[in-house]
Design a protein around this ligand. Structure first.
Ligand SMILES: [Zn+2]
Length: 166
């Protein structure tokens, strides 16, 4: 993983103890390299899974769920819905939390919600080069490692809730 080199308070050099946060050699303050929280929404419209084609790195050109990073101080659910608006111009509401996905050694913690589109007009946003509705059994190449696990969990929960399985 990437390491910070300098103290955010005084600009001093950070030392990296094996156990615990980085410590500034000058002012002694700790610097915590916190995880990044991201949020995504699974939305279906007319039986198709809403995916966006990424116009930015990472995984430019591949498809994924509308998603993005949660801002500091922002409610996670609000961030998930904000990303849907930014990437698809659709307004949505959250139904339930599908899961929280993380991997040892990786800085991103992904939260994924089932959501329903309630308004707006589906068009690609700035960080999106294309947008589409795909049959669940005929998806394009997905961008992220977690994506297939997310879909598995989502389909299992839909079955559990007695919802139509796509
Ligand atoms: Zn310092």
């Amino acid at each position: 993983m990437l390491q910070l080199s300098y103290c955010g308070y005084c600009g001093g050099e950070l030392v990296h103890p094996a156990d615990g946060p980085d410590i500034c050699a000058d002012c002694g303050r700790p610097t915590y390299a916190d995880p990044k929280v991201a949020a995504a929404c699974i939305i279906t419209i007319d039986g198709g899974l809403l995916l966006v084609k990424r116009a930015i790195e990472p995984q430019i050109g591949k498809w994924s769920f509308p998603s993005g990073y949660v801002n500091r101080g922002e409610e996670v659910e609000a961030a998930a819905l904000r990303e849907v608006v930014e990437e698809t111009h659709l307004e949505a509401r959250i139904n339930w939390l599908i899961g929280v996905y993380s991997r040892s050694g990786h800085p991103v913690v992904l939260t994924v919600y089932d959501a329903t589109a309630i308004g707006g007009e589906m068009t690609a946003g700035e960080e999106t080069s294309d947008i589409g509705l795909f049959p669940i059994d005929d998806l394009p190449e997905l961008a992220f490692e977690h994506d297939h696990g997310v879909l598995r969990d989502w389909r299992a929960e839909r079955r559990r809730r007695g919802l139509v399985t796509l």
